[in-house]
Design a protein around this ligand. Structure first.
Ligand SMILES: [Mg+2]
Length: 367
């Protein structure tokens, strides 16, 4: 079998309500780069590479990687990964080049599953938890008034989730009010707090002390991803566990985080860190380090399906991030829909990743 073509489809969704995170930042649209790998046998793979500018992903995929991979056997995934990222380490060590290659890698794993007629997670080692489903938390609860955030947190708890994640990071007083309101609304359900790199060391410590009082489950990206020593220091000082990794790349980047003892919950993003191939290796590093793997996922159904495949097959897996916002590109790729019951997501049983580029998804294509 040979790869005959690799192309990207850019999608964009305008949001009715902007999503607010730390330091007043807001997003009013969500874009996605879907990557399609075609073969001479008609088997097709679908992947997703995350990045702030889909047109750059498209240029990298089609201008840089496609010419290298066309004519190659799509089942030699490790070799093709090296062809994209290990042989060319001068530029694409981190950033959107790695994210673009991640999308191709995910498409290759989908294609392999279809070729072997089995779900991709079975090629990665099968269902490591043995339950046919994954524990998920409701993500995300974006910035709003304390009462509105508490109302929505309570709604997610009522839907059966054991944990809810929120975005804070706009000063200790404003954060405290919201944590207290949500904490009260969700009872015994866990609360995770994500700062999206919004604080410096002094404020992160103060806010971390406040989160301890509310027994917050994890403290996500309190600091810049550059400040690995700062994260390690917070981890040593605070009782609340540190989660980070959505802005880190490859097994070498995560190796540095783990060597520095800077993280309790490793949040590798398969659409950024180097694809399914790399996320799987990062999960193995976590297992060896005795650290939990809770992959980051804020993507379309394609990225979610890739994340489910990695999460299913890794023993260090802890929580699946499930996007519960009103985002049409989550469900548009699943033929049978996604089964979520009592806060657990069922593994997908169709061959490959169990997703396809539907007409419903193509309604959001950017011309
Ligand atoms: Mg985050």
């Amino acid at each position: 079998m040979e790869i005959t073509d690799i192309r990207t489809v850019e999608l964009s969704v305008s949001l009715d309500r902007p999503l607010g995170v730390s330091r007043g930042r807001e997003t009013d649209s969500r874009g996605a780069s879907i990557i399609i790998v075609e073969t001479d046998e008609g088997v097709r793979g679908i992947g997703e590479g995350v990045g702030p500018e889909p047109y750059i992903t498209e240029r990298i995929v089609e201008g840089k990687y496609a010419p290298r991979l066309i004519g190659e056997d799509p089942l030699d995934i490790e070799r093709l990964w090296s062809e994209m990222l290990a042989e060319d380490l001068y530029w694409d060590r981190k950033g959107q080049g790695v994210a673009a290659a991640s999308g191709i890698d995910i498409a290759l794993w989908d294609l392999a599953g279809k070729h072997y007629d089995t779900p991709t997670y079975r090629l990665l080692g099968g269902d490591s938890g043995g339950t046919g489903s994954l524990r998920a938390y409701a993500s995300d609860l974006f910035w709003d008034s304390p009462s509105e955030m508490a109302r929505r947190a309570g709604e997610y708890a009522d839907r059966g989730f054991d944990a809810v994640k929120t975005h804070l990071g706009r000063g200790i007083d404003a954060d405290r009010e919201r944590v207290a309101a949500m904490d009260e609304a969700i009872g015994n359900v866990h609360l995770m707090v994500d700062m999206n790199c919004g604080y410096d060391r002094a404020d992160a410590l103060r806010v971390g002390r406040m989160l301890e009082e509310h027994d917050v489950y994890w403290y996500e990206e309190p600091l810049s991803p550059y400040d690995v020593e700062g994260l390690a220091e917070l981890r040593r000082t605070l009782d609340v566990p540190i989660a980070t990794g959505e802005n880190e790349y490859t097994k070498w980047g995560f190796g540095d985080l783990l060597d520095a003892s800077a993280v309790d919950y490793v949040m590798a993003d398969a659409m950024r860190c180097g694809g399914i191939t790399e996320a799987n290796k990062i999960a193995a590093l976590c297992e060896a380090a005795g650290v939990r793997f809770s992959p980051h996922c804020f993507a379309t159904g394609v990225g979610l399906a890739a994340t489910i495949a990695v999460a299913a097959s890794t023993p260090a897996f802890e929580w699946l991030e499930l996007d519960v916002t009103d985002f049409p590109l989550r469900d548009a790729f699943f033929a049978e829909g996604l089964t979520v019951e009592d806060g657990r997501v069922s593994l997908l049983t169709d061959p490959g990743l169990g997703v396809s580029l539907s007409d419903e998804a193509l309604e959001y294509a950017v011309e």
